[in-house]
Design a protein around this ligand. Structure first.
Ligand code: XMP
Length: 337
């Protein structure tokens, strides 16, 4: 059996660098065939992550938010319309009224439509992509996922994807691997999919399992062009939902909800109770998302300077990944205590 690796299993080798200052490193990247972002960060189409406020702020900071699809077509297209930015995405499914949803989103000028399903390597996705391209004429690009294998990447590129979303079973609230035994550790998944997508000139997004800025860097170093975030952005001011207070002053804590799209709580809101493959939790309130994005970009620029890369494509080429042992994993974490 082949060995599959994830973020903790690897590190990036430092390289000779002629970068004078890390602030000069350019973080512009490709999101899809026809669209670029100033920073390689995208917020997840989850109902506790991306609605108007998150999408607005992500776009203002140079990234992008994808408006989730667990709302009416009218509400989703109204958000896209009101945002009135060039960079925002909107998620659709592959059954029911997905074509009407795509049509409305296209009518309000959405640049990115994201086919958002748990198993992207599926004949219904192929059919949805065919119908989308034939029945909804517009200038949007189609980002499709999620997938985790080279075969899936090849098929989706052949079916006309403008961007791929990679990651099955790695999300922080994901129980897919526990419920089904199916999933692929993120690093191998990214390497396999980007290896194929490069041949088709289709950009890739790594989605799920990012726990630190270092993981963002590793995802890009493995060939992803953008990184999708859920948990790292959860609990921020811009996420949908209310702030709740636990305990009494002076010991009170402020919290917000973060829930998997396939969690029982999220599914019950949509009148479903079967095939639960996710959890829900509360997160300590984190304040503005701007601070988190700024930390990520600072860390990424520093990483780029460590490998002597002035832009993201040089970073992907220059980054040599090494597999580390368990002792290396322990050494990589604070270990004084
Ligand atoms: P992080 O690790 O950033 O992951 O929190 C966010 C990604 O997790 C995926 N997601 C799910 N996966 N069951 C799953 O198996 C779920 O209920 C679920 N909800 C979200 C999704 O790809 C998201 O971007």
């Amino acid at each position: 059996m082949r060995e599959y690796l994830t973020y903790d299993d690897i590190q990036i080798l430092p390289k000779y660098s002629d970068i004078n200052h890390r602030s000069s490193c350019d973080t512009v990247t490709r999101l899809t065939k026809n669209y670029k972002l100033d920073i390689p960060i995208v917020s997840s189409p989850m109902d506790t992550i991306t609605e108007y406020d998150m999408a607005y702020e992500m776009s203002r900071l140079g990234g992008m938010g994808i408006i989730h699809r667990f709302m009416s077509i009218e509400d989703q297209s109204k958000i896209v319309d009101e945002l009135n930015t060039h960079m925002v995405g909107a998620a659709i499914g592959i059954t029911g009224d997905f074509i009407e949803r795509a049509q409305e989103l296209n009518n309000v000028g959405v640049p990115i439509i994201c086919i958002d399903v748990a198993h992207g390597h599926h004949k219904l996705v192929k059919e949805a992509m065919r119908r989308l391209k034939n029945e909804v004429k517009g200038s949007f690009d189609v980002l499709v996922g999620n997938i985790a294998t080279a075969e899936a990447a090849r098929d989706l590129c052949e079916w006309g994807a403008d961007g791929l979303r990679i990651g099955i079973g790695g999300g922080s609230l994901c129980s897919t691997r526990i419920q089904t035994g199916v999933g692929v550790p993120m690093v191998s998944s990214i390497l396999d999919c980007t290896g194929i997508a490069d041949d088709y000139d289709v950009p890739c997004m790594a989605d799920g399992g990012i726990r630190s800025v270092g993981d963002v860097c590793k995802g890009l170093a493995c060939g992803a062009d953008t990184i999708m975030l859920g948990s790292l952005l959860s609990g921020t001011k811009e996420t949908p939902g209310i702030i709740t207070k636990q305990g009494q002053w002076p010991n009170e804590v402020l919290q917000k909800k973060y829930r998997g799209s396939a969690s029982l709580e999220s599914k019950s809101d949509r009148g479903e109770t079967k095939n639960v493959e996710g959890y829900s939790t509360t997160i300590l309130y984190k304040g503005k998302v701007k601070r988190i994005i700024s930390d990520i970009i600072d860390g990424l620029r520093s990483s780029m300077s460590y490998v002597g890369a002035k832009d993201i494509s040089e970073y992907q080429i220059n980054s040599e990944k090494i597999k580390i042992t368990n002792a290396g994993i322990i050494e990589a974490k604070p270990h004084l205590l």
